[in-house]
Structure formats: structure tokens, C-alpha cells
Design a protein. Structure first.
Lengths: 330, 328
């Protein structure tokens, strides 16, 4: 460097702003999202029609709500495979209480939430205190929840939930659905918790380097257990919302959700190793998946290509993540 | 310790202690207990018919579990086994029905499909360095998707009769799937315990860096394990197709969880480095015994999953606690 260059020149305004924008981590998801929306819309304008947008937003809310919890959990360095079945079980228990035991809506919904809370607590305690890998614990919980769901209902739907619950589930506030509004609220809260609260920084620390966090005085066990409980509760909320929307308790609800939720998180930039990710990234990941699925349907591509597309996007997103991580080290 | 106690005394019941040291004992004892327990409640459990049915039912997952065990010991995992099994089964059926290939050639085609998916999984995990969880998860989606695109959701039917004979014929009184499973278990166990490749697998899983420094090509070892798992998934999928004489794209749905659970119950550690093929084999038998046993004593089929979940956690906890107590 020449001596005359002692004062570094600042980049000009536009280039500087452009670079700042590009370095935002969520760009990795936002740019493909916008690009895909534009591509699909130019192939068929139904893509961005009001009706389609409403449907897309409602459909993605269920996995989205769970994904907020899974985001916190993955950043803390764990994961939860039982979310789908816990969601189903919550809906089943809640609907059974209303239909066969005459409980009113409020207490029945609370009971549903309690299911998620308990499941999360068990997941957390076994993973953290006994030391089982989260994969195994939550896999066991998956089997148990599925079994209990089906045993309670014998595989049949449960009809007869409280009326106001059903109305809530099919209502259209502001032309959208309650599911989506709850999802948005949770994303905002989740993002706030992660970025602005001490608890959020404890989560990131625990996931980034557990030993260091412990040395720094963070009770990593409690942080992880809390994340498991939160994930369980959010799974319950999703399951209860599905129940409200369908007006029935269905033990099949939640099948195969767990991997979809994890895929969404990875696409949204959450690292499977922990310590990295944002709630905003996850929500963008959800939108991306939904846009891909809906887009393929609208341009009338064979519906089965959706799965292939999801798989490829997942691999691509994870590869990008790996490259960025490697680049950061040097 | 007194000086006079220099030679350790051999206590009576030495052989009993030695049996206790077999690592698979953790699975075999519960297995025996459960067989006795169920049989006491309903002696249908102990009939030959039930035995044959149970053994055939568990063979498909068991075959895949042999490969999954190697993979888990090496420190990786494969979530795509179910989808790959389904895909290979469909390819097998499709090649016979639509392309008119012979059974043997179609089987090779299915096997090749499994080999390629295993290769892709391996390369993604080892070269691109994606966590195995992610790369095999995407393969799961891709394989399932291609499966349904190929069949448009409809089963590939009918298939040449000779296929069905292979699926049902009993070799030496047991079914082909179980016979193949036994052979694979014997080969797999020998591979793991007695061959250099087996020791490379264990070394890579135990401590990858140390293995690499010792000169082991850990990347290559892992890729081979992925390929083997893919091939075995293909075998299992094709055997199911042979049995039901239909290439049904639903085959293999959610098999991966059962296979992994069987392996973990059998003492294979998710963290790598520990486990035996025999263990996974007994784990598979235990899972199926519990499933069949519950049905035989009249418990609602739905409680099977609850039981599996509880046992999975119990078995894994035992494994973790044993590991912990070994450290000083």
C-alpha cells in the first residue's frame, strides 16, 4: 500500500449500500424467493392472485409455527423429530375432551397445550439429563405420540368439537386466516427473543459453543430444556389450529411434518451445528418452500416433482451454508 | 490388595460371567423375556407359523439395518433408505413390465439404482461436506419424488409370475427374505469384525482424525458404507415387490425410522464407533417380536408404536449410561 493512501476512501453510496444489503444472511433465501415468485408469475399470473396468496399463506402457517420453535432449538444445538406427532396428539386429545367428555373449548385447548408442554419437557430432560442424542429421544417420542394418538382414537376421526373453536379455525380476519396471523406474530416474537433478549443470546451461545457458554455461567441445560418445551408448545398450537380448521381431531395430522420443518430451517439458513440462524431466515425458508410447491402446481408441473424440487433445494441451500461457513474461517 | 492375592481367583460360574460380557446380551435378554412373556399369555406366540411370519416381516428392515449399522458405526446416517427401497422396487417392476427386461436384468437395474443413490449420498456427505442428515434427507425427497413421477402414483402391475415365486418360495422352510438376511448378517458381521475394511470402519467412526492420521482413507470408507446401504435398501425394496408382485411406490414409506430404531435398540451408537451387526440383527428381531407379540395377546395395534418408543429410549439410555460408567 502506498504511503499516499493513508486515508481510506469510502465506497460511493450506491455500491456501498448494495454490498451491505447483500451481506445480510437472509439474502441467501430472499433473493431466490423473489426470483422464483417472479418466474412463476410470468409463467402464470394466477401465482400472485389474491386467492392464491391467501391459500399459500394459510397452508404454510402450520409448519411455519412449528418452525419458529425448531429454529430456536436448532440454534441451541438440538433438534426435535417428534413435532409432527405431538401436534397430532394435541389435536386428538383436545378434540376427544370436547367431543366425548363434554369439556368446553377453553379448557380443552389448554389441555392440548399441556400435551405439548409435557412432551417438550420429557424430550428436554431425557436429552439433557440422561444424555441421549436428541435424535434418539425425539424419535422415541415420535413413536410414543403416534401410538397414543392412534390408540385413543382407534384411527378414526373425532367429531364434535366446540362450535366456536371451529369458527375460529375457519374465520377470515382481514381476508387472511388466524393461522397466518398467529404465525406472523410468533415470527416477530421469536425473532425478538432471539436477537434482543438475554435468553436469546444464551441460546446462541449454547449452540455456538456449549463449553464456552457454560464457563461463561450460562445454565445450558436449562436453556436447552426451555427450547424443547417451547417447541413442544408450538407444535401443540399448530396441531390445535389444524383441528380447528378441519373441525375434527385427526390422528394422522402431523405425519411427516418433522422432516419438512427441519428442511425448512436448513433452507432458511439455520445451521444443523447450532449457533447460526434467525427466525426471519426460517420464515423466508418457509415462504420459499411454499412458493416452490404452489408455483409448480400452478404451472401444472406434475405434482410429484415437488418432492424432487424440495430435495434439490434443500441440498443446494445446505451446500451454500457450508460454503459460507468455510469462507468465514479464512 | 494383599501380596498373596497376586493371582486372581477364578470364581465359580465363570462361563456365566463371560456370557454377561457379550455386548449383544443387552438385547438378547429382553428378547428372551418378551418371547416368554407373550407366549405365556397366548401360546400362539410359540407356534411355527408365527415364527415364520415374524421372521419374514422383519427381514426387509433387517436387511437394510445391516448396511445402516455399518454406516452408523462409521459415524454417519442415512434417512433415505425407505424412499430408495421404494424407488428401486419400482424401477425393478418398471423394467420388467414396461421395458420387458428379464427378472435378473431388472434386478440388476434396481440394484444399480440403489448403488447410485448411495454414491450420491456419499459424495454429498463426504465431498460437499453436508451433514449426512441433510444430504440423505434431500435424497429422501428426491427419491420419493422420482418414484411417484415414474409411476404417476399407480402401482406397476402386473408383473411376470416368476417374480412372485421368488418372493414366496421357502428355501429350507423359511422365506427367501429371511434367508438373505441371515446370509447378509453373517457376511456383515464377518466384514466388520474380521476384515481390515471392518477395522477401518470402526476406526473412522471412533475418531476420524486419528484414523486419517493413521493412513485410513476415511472419505473412501464412508462412501463405500453409503453405497452398501443404498444397495441393501434396493434389495429390501425389490424383495417386497417380489412378494406382493406389484411395484407399489408406497413401499418403504417411513422405513428409515424403524431401521434406525432397530439399530439403536441393538446397541449401535448414533455417535459412531460402537455397535455390531449382530446387535442390530437382534434389535430388529426384538422390535418385530414386540409388534407381533402385542398383536397376539390382543393389545390394540396402535400401542405398538408406544412400546417401540419406550424401548428405544430405554435401550439408548442403557447404552449411554454404560458408556459413561466405562470412563474413570
Amino acid at each position: 500500500m502506498e504511503m499516499s493512501e493513508s486515508t481510506p476512501r469510502r465506497s460511493t453510496g450506491v455500491v456501498y449500500a448494495f454490498r451491505r444489503v447483500l451481506s445480510i444472511p437472509e439474502m441467501g433465501v430472499l433473493v431466490p424467493l423473489v426470483a422464483l415468485l417472479w418466474v412463476f408469475n410470468s409463467m402464470d399470473e394466477a401465482m400472485l392472485s389474491h386467492d392464491n396468496i391467501v391459500v399459500m399463506l394459510r397452508t404454510m402457517s402450520y409448519t411455519g409455527i412449528i418452525a419458529v420453535g425448531q429454529t430456536l432449538l436448532m440454534i441451541a444445538g438440538e433438534l426435535d423429530l417428534s413435532v409432527g406427532m405431538v401436534a397430532g396428539l394435541s389435536g386428538v386429545v383436545s378434540s376427544l375432551l370436547m367431543a366425548e367428555h363434554g369439556w368446553s373449548g377453553g379448557p380443552a385447548l389448554l389441555a392440548g397445550l399441556l400435551i405439548g408442554c409435557i412432551a417438550g419437557l420429557i424430550n428436554g430432560l431425557v436429552t439433557v439429563k440422561v444424555g441421549l442424542p436428541a435424535f434418539v429421544t425425539t424419535l422415541g417420542m415420535l413413536f410414543m405420540a403416534r401410538g397414543i394418538s392412534f390408540a385413543l382414537t382407534n384411527g378414526y376421526f373425532v367429531y364434535g368439537i366446540a362450535d366456536w373453536v371451529g369458527e375460529f379455525g375457519t374465520a377470515t380476519p382481514l381476508g387472511l386466516s388466524w393461522n397466518f396471523l398467529i404465525f406472523v406474530a410468533l415470527v416477530i416474537i421469536g425473532d425478538f427473543i432471539l436477537r434482543q433478549t438475554i435468553f436469546g443470546s444464551m441460546i446462541t451461545a449454547t449452540g455456538g459453543n456449549k463449553q464456552a457458554a457454560q464457563v461463561a455461567g450460562i445454565n445450558t441445560d436449562r436453556v436447552k430444556i426451555a427450547c424443547f418445551v417451547l417447541t413442544g408448545i408450538l407444535a401443540s398450537i399448530a396441531g390445535l389450529l389444524v383441528m380447528a380448521n378441519l373441525k375434527t381431531g385427526d390422528p394422522n395430522v402431523g405425519t411427516a411434518w418433522e422432516l419438512r420443518v427441519i428442511a425448512i430451517c436448513v433452507i432458511g439458513g439455520i445451521s444443523l451445528f447450532g449457533g447460526v440462524g434467525t427466525a426471519l431466515g426460517t420464515s423466508l425458508g418457509i415462504m420459499l418452500m411454499q412458493v416452490v410447491r404452489s408455483g409448480l402446481v400452478i404451472v401444472e408441473v406434475d405434482i410429484n416433482w415437488q418432492n424432487v424440487a424440495v430435495g434439490i433445494i434443500l441440498a443446494a441451500a445446505a451446500s451454500v451454508d457450508m460454503l459460507r461457513r468455510r469462507a468465514k474461517k479464512y | 490388595m494383599e501380596i498373596s492375592e497376586t493371582r486372581p481367583k477364578m470364581r465359580g460360574g465363570g462361563s456365566l460371567r463371560r456370557i454377561g460380557k457379550i455386548p449383544e446380551i443387552v438385547v438378547i435378554i429382553p428378547l428372551v423375556i418378551f418371547v416368554l412373556f407373550f407366549g405365556v399369555i397366548n401360546s400362539a406366540m410359540w407356534t411355527k407359523l408365527n415364527l415364520l411370519v415374524t421372521l419374514r416381516a422383519l427381514s426387509y428392515a433387517g436387511i437394510i439395518a445391516v448396511g445402516m449399522t455399518l454406516l452408523m458405526i462409521v459415524g454417519e446416517i442415512d434417512l433415505s433408505v425407505g424412499s430408495v427401497a421404494g424407488l428401486c422396487g419400482v424401477v425393478f417392476a418398471w423394467l420388467m413390465k414396461e421395458a420387458g427386461w428379464s427378472v435378473g436384468a431388472a434386478a440388476l437395474g434396481g440394484l444399480l439404482t440403489g448403488t447410485m443413490t448411495g454414491l450420491v449420498n456419499g459424495l454429498m456427505t463426504v465431498r460437499v461436506r453436508l451433514p449426512a442428515f441433510v444430504s440423505t434427507l434431500s435424497m429422501m425427497y428426491v427419491a420419493r419424488g422420482i418414484n411417484y413421477v415414474l409411476t404417476e402414483g399407480y402401482p406397476v402391475y402386473p408383473l411376470p409370475d416368476v417374480v412372485g415365486e421368488f418372493g414366496a418360495v421357502k428355501a429350507l422352510g423359511v422365506s427367501w427374505p429371511f434367508a438373505i438376511l441371515i446370509v447378509l448378517v453373517i457376511i456383515g458381521d464377518f466384514l466388520l469384525r474380521q476384515t481390515i475394511f471392518g477395522s477401518m470402519v470402526t476406526a473412522t467412526g471412533g475418531n476420524k482424525e486419528a484414523a486419517r492420521i493413521a493412513g485410513i482413507k476415511t472419505d473412501w470408507v464412508k462412501i463405500v458404507c453409503f453405497i452398501l446401504t443404498g444397495m441393501l435398501s434396493a434389495v429390501a425394496g425389490m424383495l417386497v415387490v417380489a412378494r406382493i408382485k406389484t411395484g407399489d411406490p408406497i413401499i418403504g414409506y417411513q422405513w428409515e425410522l424403524d431401521v434406525i430404531a432397530s439399530a439403536v435398540i441393538g446397541g449401535v451408537s448414533l455417535l459412531g464407533g460402537t455397535g455390531t451387526i449382530l446387535g442390530a440383527f437382534f434389535g430388529t428381531i426384538l422390535m418385530q417380536t414386540i409388534r407381533s407379540g402385542l398383536v397376539i395377546i390382543g393389545v390394540s395395534a396402535h400401542y405398538q408404536n408406544v412400546a417401540i418408543g419406550v424401548i428405544l429410549i430405554a435401550a439408548a439410555s442403557v447404552d449411554v449410561i454404560r458408556h459413561r460408567s466405562r470412563r474413570p
